[in-house]
Write a protein that binds this ligand. Structure first.
Ligand SMILES: Cc1cc2nc3c(=O)[nH]c(=O)nc-3n(C[C@H](O)[C@H](O)[C@H](O)COP(=O)(O)OP(=O)(O)OC[C@H]3O[C@@H](n4cnc5c(N)ncnc54)[C@H](O)[C@@H]3O)c2cc1C
Length: 438
C-alpha cells in the first residue's frame, strides 16, 4: 500500500493514530503539509490574515521540528501551496498513491474541506480519517455527537466521566520510506508563507521579554519538554488550581495551548502525564483535577463545534437566545484592538496579545466581555481579531469561548464580567497593568 498522509493539526509522532495504524508492509508514505491560501488569508469580518504574526513563526518552527523528526525515522515532509482538494488528488495520481489518510477535524470549515477532498479524490482513491485531536474518542462516548448535551455540566457528568480515555500511543521507531524518486519540497521561508497569507513580512513577531510564554518555541520537541518541566521537574501542576487565574510569568498556567492547537502535543499524552503524577502525589490534588477539567472543556468545545456546524460561528444563539444587537463602531473596535479603550486592565491585556500572541484566560474573558457588553460590538469581530493574533488559535476554543461570553452559546445566563471588579481582584496592585502599559 502507498499512502499519502495529509498533515493537519497533528504535527507530532507521539500518540498519533494515523502513524500507529500504518501496516508493517506499507510500501511508501508521503506526508504532505498544505499551505492553503483560503485558511491562511483574509477572514470574512476584518479582512485580516488568519495566520497572523505570532502563529506564523510558531507554525514554521513546528514544521521544521517535524521535518527533523520524520527524517530521523527514514521519512520526510513534503510542502505544497494550494487548496488540498486540488493539490492532494494531483499528487496522489502523479505518484500512484492508493489512499489518503488524515486526522478528522471538528469545526465546519475543516469538515467541509474534508468533504471537498473526498469528492475530488473520487472512488478511485479512498480517504480515511483518524481521531487524533481530542482527549475522548467520539466512538467511545455513550451518545453520538449529534446528541451532545447543550450544557457543559451535563456533558461532564453524564458523558465524560463514563468515557474512558484511551492510553496515549507510543511514537513509531521507524517510518515507511517516501515514494521512490520523491525529493520532498523544502519548508518554505517565512516570507513566502507571509506573502500567501497576505501578511506584511515585517510584521512577523519577535519575542517580547515580558511574554508569559515559555521560551521554547514551536514543535513536538519543545512541547514534550514543557510538559515534562511543568508536571515532572518543577511539579507546577500541584499549584495549578491556585495560580491559573494569574496574569504574569510563564509558570501560572501550563501554556500547553499553542502546542495543543497545532497538534504537536496530544491531550491524551498530558492525561497520561497527570496519571503518572497522581500515582505518586495522590489523586486528590486540586491542581491535577482542575487541569483534567480544562482538557474536558477543550473537548467539549470541539464536540460542540461538530454538533453545531455552521451555527457555531453565527451571531445567533445555539439555544435560540436573541443576541444583543451590536452597534457597529469601527473606530471603537480599532481602539480595543490597539489597547486604547481607556480601561487600563483591558488595554494591558490587548497590548500583551499584540506583542506576544498570548493572553491569560482571565484576560481573554475580560477583554471579550468588555468588547461585547461595554462597547456593544459584534463578538465575531473580536473572535476574528483573536484568530489573527493568538499564537494558540483553535477555531473550536476561540469561537466557542466568544460565543459563550456573548451569551449565545450553550448558556443562557448573563455572561458579562464586571471588569473593574475583576481588575481589583486579579491585579490589585496594578503590577500587570504597569507591565504592559508603560
Ligand atoms: C475569548 C476567549 C478565546 C479563547 N481562544 C482560545 C483559542 O483560540 N485557543 C485555545 O487553546 N484556547 C482559547 N481560549 C481558552 C483559554 O483561554 C486558553 O486555552 C488558555 O488561556 C491557554 O493557556 P494555558 O495553556 O496556559 O491554559 P491552562 O489553564 O494551563 O489550561 C490547560 C489547557 O486546557 C485547555 N483550556 C483551558 N481553558 C479552556 C477554555 N476556556 N476553553 C477551552 N479549552 C481550555 C487548553 O487546551 C489549555 O492549554 C479562549 C478563551 C477565551 C475566553
Amino acid at each position: 500500500m502507498k499512502i499519502l498522509y495529509w498533515l493537519r493539526n497533528d504535527l507530532r509522532l507521539h500518540d498519533n493514530e494515523v502513524l500507529a495504524a500504518l501496516p508493517a508492509h506499507t510500501e511508501a508514505l508521503l506526508p504532505v503539509f498544505c499551505f492553503d491560501p483560503a485558511t491562511l488569508g483574509p477572514d470574512r469580518y476584518l479582512g485580516l490574515p488568519r495566520l497572523g504574526p505570532h502563529r506564523l513563526p510558531f507554525l514554521l518552527e513546528t514544521l521544521a521540528d517535524l521535518q527533523r523528526r520524520y527524517a530521523a525515522l527514514g521519512s520526510g515532509v513534503h510542502f505544497v501551496f494550494g487548496n488540498p482538494a486540488n493539490e492532494l488528488p494531483r499528487l496522489a495520481r502523479e505518484l500512484g498513491l492508493n489512499t489518503v489518510w488524515a486526522s478528522a477535524e471538528h469545526p465546519h470549515e475543516e469538515t467541509t474541506a474534508e468533504t471537498d477532498l473526498a469528492a475530488a479524490l473520487g472512488r478511485g482513491i479512498p480517504l480515511r480519517f483518524f481521531e487524533t485531536l481530542s482527549l475522548l474518542h467520539p466512538h467511545d462516548m455513550s451518545i453520538p455527537v449529534r446528541q451532545l448535551p447543550l450544557s457543559f455540566s451535563k456533558f461532564r457528568f453524564d458523558v465524560a466521566v463514563h468515557t474512558p480515555v484511551r492510553p496515549a500511543l507510543t511514537a513509531p521507531r521507524q517510518l515507511p520510506p517516501l515514494p521512490a524518486g520523491v525529493v520532498p519540497a523544502p519548508l518554505p521561508t517565512a516570507a513566502a508563507v507571509a506573502e500567501a497569507a497576505g501578511l506584511p513580512a515585517a510584521s512577523v513577531s519577535l519575542r517580547d521579554a515580558r511574554s508569559a510564554l515559555p521560551t521554547l518555541g514551536g514543535g513536538e520537541t519543545a512541547a514534550l519538554a514543557r510538559m515534562h518541566d511543568y508536571v515532572v521537574d518543577r511539579r507546577l501542576i500541584a499549584r495549578y488550581n491556585d495560580t491559573r487565574n494569574e496574569l504574569l510569568g510563564e509558570a501560572f498556567s501550563t501554556k500547553f495551548s499553542p502546542w495543543l492547537a497545532n497538534g504537536s502535543l496530544s491531550a491524551r499524552q498530558i492525561w497520561a502525564a497527570i496519571d503518572d503524577y497522581e500515582a505518586v502525589a495522590g489523586r486528590n490534588g486540586k491542581g491535577s483535577q482542575q487541569l483534567r477539567m480544562e482538557l474536558i472543556w477543550r473537548d467539549y468545545f470541539r464536540l460542540l463545534a461538530r454538533r453545531a456546524g455552521a451555527d457555531f460561528f453565527r451571531l445567533a444563539g445555539l439555544r435560540g437566545q436573541q443576541p444583543k444587537t451590536p452597534n457597529p463602531d469601527r473606530a471603537a473596535f480599532e481602539r480595543w484592538t490597539q489597547g486604547r479603550t481607556g480601561n487600563g486592565f483591558v488595554d494591558a491585556n490587548m497590548c500583551e496579545l499584540a506583542a506576544t500572541g498570548f493572553m491569560s484566560n482571565r484576560g481573554r474573558q475580560n477583554a471579550a466581555s468588555y468588547l461585547i457588553h461595554d462597547l456593544h460590538q459584534d463578538w465575531r469581530w473580536g473572535a476574528a481579531w483573536f484568530e489573527h493574533q493568538l499564537i494558540d488559535h483553535d477555531p473550536a476554543s476561540n469561537w466557542g469561548n466568544w460565543k459563550y461570553i456573548a451569551g449565545t452559546g450553550t448558556d443562557v445566563r448573563d455572561t458579562a464580567f464586571d471588569v473593574a471588579q475583576q481588575a481589583q481582584c486579579y491585579d490589585p496592585k496594578g503590577r500587570y497593568v504597569r507591565t504592559w502599559l508603560r
